[in-house]
Design a protein around this ligand. Structure first.
Ligand code: ZN
Length: 280
């Protein structure tokens, strides 16, 4: 049986605007439509950030998150994930404000950024206290944290504060984010270092920023991992060519994966593979 690769789509994020790509989805209807198209193309997880439906600016408004989730859930059975990080650098939210939509809306998963760093010119603050708070809260409500790893040190943070701290037992789901200014530079050598430091039995995906999205994501798939595509991390289909939709990026990933003898995982297969807390 061919190996199944879990594809996450991140259709919106908190940084790109319609100036970067006019197809950026902003309203709940647009986000749900993009998600359904991506699901039909082979994505099994969606990672969401809220935008003001009128201005397109990032927002922490719980109503927008509620509308997004309701629209996505009625559009397709994809696994849902909400950010806890986006509002930190763009909106200056407190740790409590960042996690509030997760606690109220109970997605399948939420991101858990695993250390503090410079994110571009801004401080992205994720102290051990914040990591512990989020992991504890998510465990209580059976929401799977996805540990976002922007550098090798962050794997150690998860091992020390979360595992040895006795807050949540492995297996964990990790995202290796390569190419953010301030994080680990995007290269296969650096991806290998991350993969080799990952505890056995854990699942992981690659988030390559910009033009690294597909090459590093596919490399991750060949190494036994999964990948994320979408406008949050990259708005181009190829050099100088904007993607017409998030689904087009999913289709590209699926095409390459198939050529390499692998297949995109269905939602059911992704649910079986990921260490989701709401299935234990
Ligand atoms: Zn995000």
């Amino acid at each position: 049986m061919s190996r199944k690769v879990i594809i996450t789509v991140a259709p919106t994020g908190s940084i790109p605007t319609r100036k970067d790509n006019p197809a950026l989805p902003i309203t709940a209807e647009e986000v749900a439509l993009e998600t359904r198209r991506s699901y039909e193309a082979g994505a099994s997880v969606v990672h969401l950030h809220a935008r003001n439906p009128v201005t397109g600016e990032p927002t922490s408004d719980i109503k927008v998150y509620r509308d997004y989730l309701a629209a996505v859930r009625s559009a397709c059975p994809i696994i849902t994930q909400i950010t806890t990080g986006g509002g930190a650098t763009t909106l200056g939210l407190s740790p409590e404000e960042r996690v509030r939509p997760v606690l109220e809306l109970l997605p399948d998963s939420a991101s858990l950024n695993s250390g503090s760093m410079n994110f571009g010119r801004k401080l992205f603050s994720n102290t051990p206290d914040v990591m512990e708070l989020y992991a504890r809260r998510m465990k209580e409500i059976n929401v799977m944290p996805e540990f976002e790893i922007y550098d090798l040190s962050m794997l150690q943070n998860v091992d020390y504060w979360i595992r040895q701290g006795g807050i949540l037992d492995p297996p964990y789901q990790f995202s290796f984010v390569l190419g953010v200014m301030g994080g680990i530079p995007p290269s296969i050598k650096n991806l290998l270092a991350l993969v080799e430091s990952t505890p056995a039995g854990c699942t992981w995906q690659v988030i390559g920023i910009g033009r690294h999205q597909i090459p590093l994501g596919i490399t991750g798939a060949m190494l036994g991992g999964n990948l994320r595509v979408g406008f949050e991390d990259n708005v181009f289909l190829s050099k100088g060519v904007l993607a017409k939709s998030n689904a087009e990026l999913v289709e590209k990933a699926v095409r390459i994966i198939r050529e390499l003898g692998m297949e995109a995982a269905s939602v059911e297969e992704a649910r079986d593979t990921l260490p989701l807390l709401n299935k234990r």
